[in-house]
Design a protein around this ligand. Structure first.
Ligand SMILES: [Mg+2]
Length: 271
């Protein structure tokens, strides 16, 4: 059952007691989104730098329990940004995983998709390069079209080219909307929810003694909240007053309203 984001109890205050009960006697397996969850949302993706205090909060917890950052970014980029070597990192929405005990393992993507993504990237560049503020970000298993810095009058041009690419490959490509970004991905039956369930199995964390928890702020994170619904804990990071969050519904169980609250929550879990 979904809830309105505005109705979620806060994980630090009104929801804290119930949350503590659910965690009691269990081994925590924590999954964290990066952008917007551990860092503020910024105009340019390369500026999304984690603060030292947030990094220390994650490091403190990663030394005690399984902590995995699950991101749409490429895995080596996330590892570099985090700089915590006891952390499990799942990049490309879980296509590319690295763990301290097992090293790197990849879910293979078919070669036909690599060509399609190259074509999509070229078409995005052709339309978006002349648009002030537009940014094409090629990734290993997707290509992202950023329009946060584009003038309102031009934003439709980005949507139009994304729609045109999708219309030409309705069975091979899909788009996931994010915060002022369209992410074009191969239409493989895979998302952050499947990644989290896969990781739980792969890391031997699928037993009854484990309580999985996922924290995220964006549309792609809903797959993970849904996958864990009724089995684990979902924490939505954001504010119900945010126009990009609006009247959305979610499978998450709790909310944290700011980076400061996330940091405080992580420090609390490490105790
Ligand atoms: Mg995010």
């Amino acid at each position: 059952m979904t809830a309105h984001i505005g109705d979620l109890p806060n994980a630090l205050t009104d929801g804290a007691g119930e949350l503590a009960k659910r965690l009691a006697g269990k081994k925590l397996a924590l999954f964290l989104d990066y952008d917007g969850t551990l860092t503020p949302i910024v105009d340019r993706p390369e500026d999304a730098i984690i603060s030292d205090s947030m990094r220390e909060a994650v490091r403190g917890l990663a030394g005690r329990t399984s902590v995995c950052v699950v991101s749409g970014r490429d895995r080596p980029v996330v590892q570099e940004l985090m700089g915590v070597d006891t952390l499990i990192v799942a990049g490309s929405h879980g296509f590319d995983i690295w763990s301290p005990s097992g090293g790197a393992f990849q879910k293979e993507m078919g070669g036909e998709f690599i060509g399609l993504l190259e074509d999509a990237k070229a078409r995005l560049h052709a339309v978006m390069d002349p648009i002030e503020g537009a940014l094409v970000e090629p990734k290993k298993a997707s290509v992202a079209a950023h329009y946060r810095l584009v003038a309102d009058a031009d934003k439709h041009k980005v949507k139009d080219v994304v729609d045109a690419i999708l219309a030409d490959h309705p069975n091979e490509l899909k788009v996931t909307p994010g915060k002022m970004v369209f992410e074009i991905q191969p239409k493989i039956d895979w998302d952050k929810g499947k990644a989290v369930l896969y990781l739980l199995g792969e890391l031997g964390l699928d037993g009854d003694d484990v309580m999985p928890m996922y924290m995220g702020d964006d549309h792609t994170d809903e797959h993970a909240f849904e996958a864990l619904h009724g089995r684990g804990i979902g924490v939505f990071v954001g504010h119900a007053d945010d126009p990009e969050v609006g009247g959305r519904t979610t499978y998450a169980d709790y909310i944290l309203n700011s980076m400061e609250e996330v940091e405080q929550f992580l420090n609390g879990l490490a105790r």
